[in-house]
Design a protein around this ligand. Structure first.
Ligand code: ZN
Length: 266
């Protein structure tokens, strides 16, 4: 039994259809042919040069990343930056490169945010900002959930730090709130701050908050920036489990490389 790359894509797109991706995004097949036969894949949050080298060393022929390897238009491929080198190397080594990004963010079932919510022990209550022009209430940005029993702010921060394996949490002032209703958005979720406040959540867990976002959040909720990579790191486990559960002739491994470009000097 042979597996074509298109069979893997069809399966992934049955969970997160490409039309759910944001306009600015570039999810889907980026390099290679959907007809190519694939036997082993590497799953990674970021498609870096190191991940390509890992794929080549391990004999993998498909890389599935959350963040697209190509995001902006390419006018030349001369190896002058990482993206150009990735394209060149992928083609030279017959690697198929695929991205499943905001289409997976915008999906509740098996999506990025569901994985985070389950990991920290929330009972899921739906999408935070439902997608416009759809009656499907399981599509949209961010997720809402409840802790079965309320936590103190410190209990909540400890839980987040432990379960999301983050070295540091940047957060708004502690005000002795009780934390039970929580909004989650893996990756850059400051655009959901107003929605989270309107939803009456006690806390918002996301990443990439800017200085002024913390002022905007302070009165309304406990905003927690746990780091972009940290918030999405379990997405590769999610994808690996989904693919492994569906294919017997095609293996999926997640990368052994920590692709987080952010380092902490503590
Ligand atoms: Zn991201």
């Amino acid at each position: 039994m042979k597996t074509r790359a298109s069979e893997v894509f069809d399966f992934l797109e049955s969970i997160a259809p490409l039309h759910l991706q944001e306009k600015y995004d570039n999810s889907g097949l980026l390099i290679g042919s959907a007809d190519q036969e694939v036997t082993v894949s590497i799953i990674s949050l970021d498609c870096t040069e190191e991940v390509l080298d890992e794929a080549i060393a391990k004999g993998c022929n498909l890389i599935i990343s959350h963040h697209p390897a190509i995001f902006y238009g390419l006018k030349k491929i001369t190896g002058s930056n990482a993206t150009e080198r990735i394209v060149e190397k992928a083609i030279r080594h017959n690697l198929v490169i695929y991205a499943i990004h905001t289409n997976l963010d915008n999906t509740l079932t098996h999506g990025v945010n569901e994985r985070i919510a389950r990991r920290i022990g929330l009972d899921i209550d739906g999408i935070l900002r439902p997608m416009v022009n759809t009656v499907d209430s399981t599509l949209g940005a961010g997720i809402l959930g409840y802790f079965p029993t309320p936590l103190t702010e410190l209990q909540f921060l400890h839980l987040l730090k432990d379960l999301m394996k983050t070295k540091v949490i940047r957060h708004t002032k502690l005000t002795h709130r009780t934390i039970q209703k929580v909004a989650i958005c893996g990756g850059s979720g400051s655009f959901l701050l107003e929605d989270a406040i309107k939803a009456g959540v006690h806390a918002l867990v996301t990443a990439d908050f800017k200085y002024h976002n913390f002022f905007d959040a302070e009165a309304g909720l406990l905003a927690c920036d746990i780091g972009h990579f940290e918030s999405e790191q379990y997405t590769i486990h999610l994808l690996q489990e989904l693919i492994s559960g569906n294919f017997s002739t095609f293996a999926a491994h997640y990368t052994g490389i920590n692709t987080n470009p952010v380092h902490y000097f503590i």
